[in-house]
Design a protein around this ligand. Structure first.
Ligand SMILES: Cc1cc2nc3c(=O)[nH]c(=O)nc-3n(C[C@H](O)[C@H](O)[C@H](O)COP(=O)(O)O)c2cc1C
Length: 164
């Protein structure tokens, strides 16, 4: 059973987490791009509003052929207690029937539980089964500290046993 990691990242933290996971569990990886400009302080505010409203956005790629994958990781940053709009859109546009899913969220400080809960509701409605989830706090961490945290999470959660 093949595994793929799908993720969105605005400021590279979730990207780093996703890369480390994919390398460590030998999974494929696809970055989901949000076609809306999310840079700068004004867009930060707009991004939080879009996330709170669960507004859809244009994403690239929008449809992903998951037929050869049994296990799908989905990763998002926490935006105001919600998944990023790119990930909400990804879930709504794709078919997760029969897929095992592992959800993860990165967050500056807190609130990631709500993000996972919402993603879980949405992937389950699209036919997936969530087998586990985890949160990675990124605030105040250096790049090497973040890497260490992710590697520790992979070990502690025994993530390599899934999808074999
Ligand atoms: C629009 C927006 C809203 C955010 N809201 C929260 C929040 O409510 N709580 C929190 O702990 N971090 C929040 N953050 C911080 C991010 O979740 C955190 O920095 C994350 O690791 C960034 O991931 P990325 O670099 O992959 O984009 C927010 C960031 C953005 C851009």
């Amino acid at each position: 059973m093949n595994t793929i990691v799908l993720y969105y990242s605005r400021s590279e933290k979730t990207a780093k987490v996703a890369d480390i996971i994919a390398k460590n569990i030998s999974a494929d990886i696809i970055r989901i791009k949000d076609m809306k400009d999310r840079s700068g302080p004004i867009n930060y505010l707009k991004a939080s509003i879009d996330a709170l409203r669960e507004d859809k956005t244009d994403i690239e790629p929008s449809n992903i052929d998951l037929s050869e994958y049994g296990l799908v990781y989905i990763g998002t940053p926490n935006w105001a207690g919600k998944p990023a709009p790119a990930i909400i859109t990804l879930i709504d546009k794709n078919d997760f029937r029969g897929k095992d899913v592992i959800l993860f969220a990165t967050m500056g400080r807190q609130g990631g539980e709500n993000v996972i809960d919402r993603m879980r509701e949405k992937v389950e409605a699209r036919g997936a089964r969530m087998i586990t989830s985890f949160l990675i706090k990124t605030g105040g961490k250096s790049s090497s500290e973040l890497e260490e945290t992710v590697k520790k999470t992979i070990e502690e959660m025994d993530l390599k046993i899934y999808g074999i």
